[in-house]
Write a protein that binds this ligand. Structure first.
Ligand code: CTP
Length: 409
C-alpha cells in the first residue's frame, strides 16, 4: 500500500553531494527524501568523498553511488547522459562555492559538473559554505547567474557554521529541503508537459541616455504567476521589464527594457500553451531617441512626439501560434467592469484579470483585489475574489488554468 508519507513514490531525484563539512548532512537528507517515497540516486564529488564515504551513501540510498566520469563500466553506455536524464529533479546539496562556480561557468571537468550541463531536468542548489565566502561578490554573481537561468536556489540558513563563524551560509535545514522538494513534486503535477510564457514588470522607453518613459509596476504579480505556473509543473519563460523582484525559482527569466524587446522575446518563446500578460507595457515610446542628454534651453517648452508601441497581448492572441489560453490584465482606475469587457473583446484574449488601480492602489503592494473575467463563446463569466496576497492570486489563477487546460496533447 502507498501511504501518505510515500506519496512521491515513482519520482526520482539525482542528489549531488559536493565537498564541505555539511556533506555529512547529505546522509540524513538521503534518508528523509527516501521516507517520502522518492528514489534517490547519488553522485559524490571528490570533495564530498573527503567528508563521507561512498559506502555510507550507497547503503542509505540503496543505489549505486556515482563518483567518476571516467568509470569504464558506467560510461560504456554513456552513463553520465543517462544519469542526467533518468531523474525528475537534480538536487545539489550541499552545494559548495566550487560547484556553484563550475555550474555558472558551464565547466564539465568531473561527473557532477558534466551531469549539470547534460541534464534537461529542473535543478536545485542548496549552498553551504563559510559566511564570508557566501557573501563574496564572485559567489553572489554565480548564484545570480544560476537563478536567472531558472535554477532553484534553496537559501542557506543563518547561524553558527562549522568553521565557528556566525552568519548566513549554513546548509538549509534538511526537513526544509525535503519540504521544498516535496512541494516541487506535489504542486508540479497538473501542468507537467505544458509550456507557459509570462510578461511582468514595466517597460522603459528611452528618451535619451539618462531618461525614459515608463509605467508603474513592481512585477510582483507577474513574477508570482510565473513561479506558481512552474510549481504546477509548466515549463515557464518569464519576460520581465526592469524590476527589483528576484527572478522566480524554476523559471527561465529573460530581461528586457522596451515594449519592442518584450514582444520580440515573447514571439521567440512561442509556441506555448499558456500566455499570461501581466506586464505594464508602455503604450507609447518617443519617436526619436536622442543619443545625447537633452539639455534645457532657457524656459522654452519641450515637446515630445510619441508613437504607439505594439500590443503584445493582442499580438499573441491573434498569432497563428496562438496559445490555448491567453490571459491579460486590465489596470483600471474607473468603470472597471465596462472597460475590462471592452478590453477582453478588443485584445482577443480568453481571460482578463481586472485590477482596480484607482487611488494609487495595487502598485508595489503585496495584496490585490481582482475580478477574473472568462470568455466562453459569447458569454463572459466574472468572479470577484476577496482581497488576497499576490502570491495567492497567482496560485488561484493557476488553479483555474489547470482546470481549463486538461491534459497535455
Ligand atoms: N498590453 C500589452 N501590450 C501593450 C499594452 C498592454 O501586452 N502595448 C497588455 C498588458 O500586459 C495587459 C493588457 O494588455 O495584459 C491591458 O493593459 P492595460 O494597460 O490595462 O491596457 P491598455 O491596452 O494599455 O489600454 P488603455 O491604456 O487604453 O487602458
Amino acid at each position: 500500500m502507498v501511504t501518505a508519507s510515500k506519496q512521491l513514490s515513482g519520482r526520482r531525484v539525482l542528489l549531488i553531494i559536493s565537498g564541505g563539512i555539511a556533506a555529512y548532512k547529505g546522509l540524513d537528507l538521503i534518508r528523509r527524501l527516501r521516507d517520502t517515497g522518492l528514489d534517490v540516486r547519488c553522485i559524490l564529488t571528490s570533495g564530498g568523498a573527503q567528508f563521507i564515504t561512498p559506502l555510507s551513501v550507497a547503503a542509505l540510498s540503496e543505489n549505486k553511488v556515482h563518483t567518476d566520469i571516467f568509470s569504464l563500466t558506467d560510461e560504456s553506455g554513456m552513463g553520465h547522459i543517462r544519469l542526467a536524464r533518468e531523474c525528475d529533479l537534480v538536487l545539489v546539496a550541499p552545494a559548495s562555492a566550487n560547484i556553484i562556480a563550475r555550474a555558472a561557468r558551464g565547466l564539465a571537468d568531473d561527473l557532477a559538473s558534466t551531469v549539470l550541463l547534460a541534464t534537461d531536468k529542473p535543478v536545485m542548489f542548496a549552498p553551504a559554505m563559510n559566511p564570508v565566502m557566501l557573501a563574496n561578490a564572485a559567489v553572489q554573481e554565480n548564484l545570480e547567474t544560476l537563478r536567472k537561468r531558472g535554477y532553484g536556489i534553496i537559501e542557506p540558513g543563518v547561524g553558527g557554521t562549522a568553521c565557528g563563524e556566525i552568519g548566513s551560509g549554513r546548509l538549509a535545514e534538511v526537513p526544509d529541503i525535503v519540504t521544498i522538494v516535496s512541494d516541487f513534486f506535489l504542486k508540479n503535477a497538473p501542468l507537467r508537459g505544458f509550456k507557459a510564457l509570462v510578461t511582468s514588470g514595466p517597460t522603459f522607453e528611452p528618451l535619451d541616455p539618462v531618461r525614459f518613459l515608463g509605467n508603474r509596476s513592481s512585477g510582483k504579480q507577474g513574477h508570482a504567476i510565473a513561479e506558481a505556473l512552474a510549481f504546477a509543473g509548466a515549463q515557464v519563460t518569464l519576460i520581465s521589464g526592469p524590476v527589483n523582484e528576484a527572478p522566480p525559482r524554476f523559471v527561465q527569466t529573460v530581461q528586457v527594457q522596451t515594449a519592442r524587446e518584450m514582444l520580440e522575446a515573447c514571439l521567440k518563446s512561442l509556441p506555448v500553451d499558456i500566455a499570461v500578460c501581466a506586464a505594464a507595457v508602455a503604450d507609447f515610446r518617443p519617436e526619436d531617441v536622442s543619443d545625447r542628454k537633452i539639455k534645457k534651453s532657457g524656459n522654452d517648452p519641450v515637446s515630445l512626439k510619441l508613437v504607439q508601441n505594439p500590443d503584445i497581448l493582442a499580438t499573441l492572441s491573434q498569432s497563428n501560434q496562438r496559445p490555448k489560453l491567453v490571459i491579460g490584465f486590465a489596470a483600471e482606475t474607473n468603470d472597471g467592469m465596462e472597460n475590462a469587457k471592452a478590453k477582453l473583446a478588443k485584445k482577443g484574449c480568453d481571460w482578463l484579470v481586472l485590477n482596480d488601480v484607482g487611488g494609487g492602489k495595487v502598485f508595489g503592494q503585496d495584496s490585490n483585489i481582482v475580478t477574473l473575467l472568462r470568455k466562453s463563446g459569447n458569454d463572459i463569466a466574472s468572479d470577484t475574489w476577496a482581497e488576497k496576497s499576490k502570491k495567492d492570486v497567482a496560485r488561484d489563477l493557476v488553479a483555474a488554468a489547470v482546470a481549463f487546460m486538461g491534459k497535455p496533447a
